[in-house]
Each structure stands twice: as structure tokens, then as C-alpha cells.
Design a protein around this ligand. Sequence first.
Ligand code: RP5
Length: 187
Amino acid sequence: MSNTDTAKKEQSKPDVGIIMGSQSDLKLMSQAATVLDELKIPFEIAIISAHRVPRKLMEYASTARDRGLKVIIAGAGGAAHLPGVTAAFTTLPVIGVPVKSHNSIRGVDSLLSIVQMPSGVPVATVAVDGSKNAGLLAAQILGTSDQRLAAALEEYKQRMAEKVEHSDQTLRRTLDEKGLSGLLRDL
Ligand code: RP5
């Protein structure tokens, strides 16, 4: 392998692992992938079930740090043990995404299975179906030691604020046009 090939391989070495319990979680979990992609964070993605392929999960989680991963995002629904079992086998930060899956009770079982971890084995749990925030949280964890990423996250927040401003201006114009400007509050 040439030096350039080695450098390319190093460059694309994933920082984040996105795992999920089933193919049926993929659409939702892709939102985390999209955020990481936008922020130019290399990631890997896999379907690994804590119940259906437990040995594979043990192998994945226990080798994750040595393989260079820095954060793991794990999404699952129903009796959602994937994030917790992953956290049991690694000292990397694990972000859990409770999935409102077809077999879940409106995502509440998923949420409780992930959030109520025993003391000593934390999982940073985002909202039900909060896959996008899981991607952002992973980016923010990496951004604590990466200036490029910290700047990209600042810009992300800035763009978000501009969108809200734009919506507020549109609302103001609409109310004004309807003669309802009395409802407007100047901030
Ligand atoms: C969980 O059960 C998976 O993470 C998924 O959210 C849910 C349903 O899985 P499938 O029956 O669609 O494979 O383990």
C-alpha cells in the first residue's frame, strides 16, 4: 500500500459507530448518519442485535476503542437492550436512541429500557426517535477536542438561529397583512 493509500485509509477511519437492532431501525437511524455526514465526521454503520446476535455485539463493543472509534450511537426499540449491553462492554461514550418501533408501546418501553441504566454503566439517552440529536451529541463530544468540528457546530447553531428568525419574520408579515399586528410582540 502506498503512503497516499495509507493516509486516505487513516483519514476515513471512523470516529463514530452507529449500530441498531434491526433493519427496521435503519430509516430513523439514518438521520444520525446524515448529521455526521454534514459535519464531515467519518462513521461506520451496522445492524447488530443484542438479542439475536449477542456474541457479535460483545465483539463489536469490546473492540470498538482499539479499532479507533470514539463514540457509539446505538438505537433500538421495544425491549431495547442494545445501548446498555454495548455500554457494558466498552468505556467509550454510548448514546442511546429509543426507537418507536412497530413492536414498541409508543416508544415508552424503548425509552425506559435505555434510560434506566444501573449506576456505573451510563448511556446518554436522547428523546424517543431522537436519532438526529444523537448524531449532534456525538459531534459535540468529538468537538471538545477538535477545533474544526467546534467551529462547524457553531455554524450549525448559527444557521438554526437564522431559520427561526426567518420563520418569525414570515409570521410577522402574515399577521401584519391580515391586520393582526396587535398580536406581534417586539423582542
Ligand atoms: C428491536 O426490536 C429492534 O431494534 C427494532 O427496533 C425492534 C423490532 O425489530 P424487528 O422485529 O423489526 O426486526 O430489537
